[in-house]
Design a protein around this ligand. Sequence first.
Ligand code: XMP
Length: 435
Amino acid sequence: MKQDMIVILDLGSHENTTLARAIRDLGVYSEIYPHDITVEELKALPNVKGVIINGGPNNVIDGEEIDVLPAIYEAGYPVMAAGHAKAQCAVTLPAFGNDMEAIKEAVKSFVFETCKAETNWNMKNFIDDQVELVRRQVGDKKVLLALSGGVDSSVLAALLLKAIGDKLVCVHVNHGLMRKGESEDVVEVFRNQLNANLVYVDATERFLTKLEGVEDPEQKRKIIGGEFIRVFEEEARKLDGVDFLGQGTIYPDIVESGTKTAKMVKSHHNVGGLPEDLQFELVEPLRQLFKDEVRACGVELGLPYDMVYRQPFPGPGLGVRCLGAITRDRLEAVRESDAILREEFKRAGLDKKVWQYFTLVPDFKSVGVRNNARSYDWPVIIRAVNTVDAMTATIEEIEWPLLHKIAGRILAEVPNVNRVCYDLSPKPSATIEWE
Ligand code: XMP
C-alpha cells in the first residue's frame, strides 16, 4: 500500500467531511468510519497511522452518550479526540469549526509528529492502492457494473478495468432517453478504446412503450427506474459466475443516505432494488471520494475530459424534459435542440462555466408561419443555470448574440419546432428541471 491513512471516527459531527478534506489537503489520505467500528475492522484497514475521534452535537443519541468501543483506545494507534468526544487519549482539542485553514493548523502536529504520517496522498497512489484492494477483494471472480456513462460509473469502470481487466462485465442500458451521441460515446470509449467487456442493450422500444400515455412526472420516474432494474436484472441473469456488483457510490451519496450518526437527508439508490435472489457483494472503491476527487481520478485513469467533466444529467434522462406524455417527435426535438445548445455552449466556452444547461419541449403547440403558410408546432425552451449544491440556482445571463444564434439554429434545424423561449426563473421559485 502506498498511502498512509488517518482514520476519522464519526460521533455525529457535521465537520467530519471538512476535517477529512483538511487532512487530505495536508497531503495525507483520510477516511471516515462509523463510531462503532471494531478493532478488527480498524486493523484490517491499510496503513492506518492514527485515529481522530470527532465528536459533535449528535454524540448524544436518545439520551445516551455514544463513544467509540473502549478497545479502540487500546489498539495501539495514536488517538486524538476532538469536540465532545470523551477524553481518554493523549491529544484532545475543542470542537473543530468549519474553517479549513484553522482545522489544518489544529491537526498538523498530530498528523505529522505524533502519527508520523507521510505526505503520500495523490491520485496515482490512490489508484494503485484501490487496484490492489479490489484485486484482493474479488480474486479471480467477475464483477458486474451498470455503466450509465455518468461521471461516477465511468470512473469506476475505468478503475475496475485497470484492476481486473476482462473480469469486469459492464452493462450499458440505453433507455432511449439519453442525449444525442451519449450511448455511442460509452461504446466508443469503453469497448473500442479501452477494450472493456461491454454488453450494450438498446431498450428504447421497451421503455417508450411502457411510458406511452403516462403524463405524471413521478409516475414517469418510477417507470423508468423500475424498468431499468428489470433490464439490468435480465442481463445479470444471462451471465455466469458473477459474484460482485460494482457501485459508483461516492462519499456525498453516503452522507445523503444518512450515516449511523448523521440524520438521513434523502435516500439514494444506484442499482438498489435488485431481487433478493440476485444479491451481490458490493465493490465500491470510490466510496471515500468527493466529486472533484472522482473527476481527478478519471483524468488520471485517462478518460476523456468531456466524460469526466460532463454536466449533471438526471437518471430519467430526456424523459423529464419531454413534458407530459412522451411522444417520439417531441423526444427527438428535445434531443436535437439539446445537441445544438451543447455544441454552441462548447464553442463559446460556456460549457466550462455554466453548471447545467439543456432544452425541453412542453406538451402544447403554438401557431406560427413557415414558407408563407400557417404552422402549428412545438416550442423549445432553453434553460441554463448556475448553482453550488442544486438546492438553489440562478440564471446564466447568456449574451443576446449567442441566444439568437442558438434560437436560429434550433428553428432552422429541428423539425416540428416554431418557437424558442429562454427560461428566466431562478430556483426558487422554479426547480432546475421542469418535471
Ligand atoms: P431540481 O429540478 O429538483 O433538480 O431543481 C436538481 C438537480 O437534480 C437533478 N434531477 C435529478 N437527478 N434523477 C436524478 O438523478 C432525477 O429524477 C432528477 N430530477 C432532477 C437535476 O437535473 C438537477 O441537477
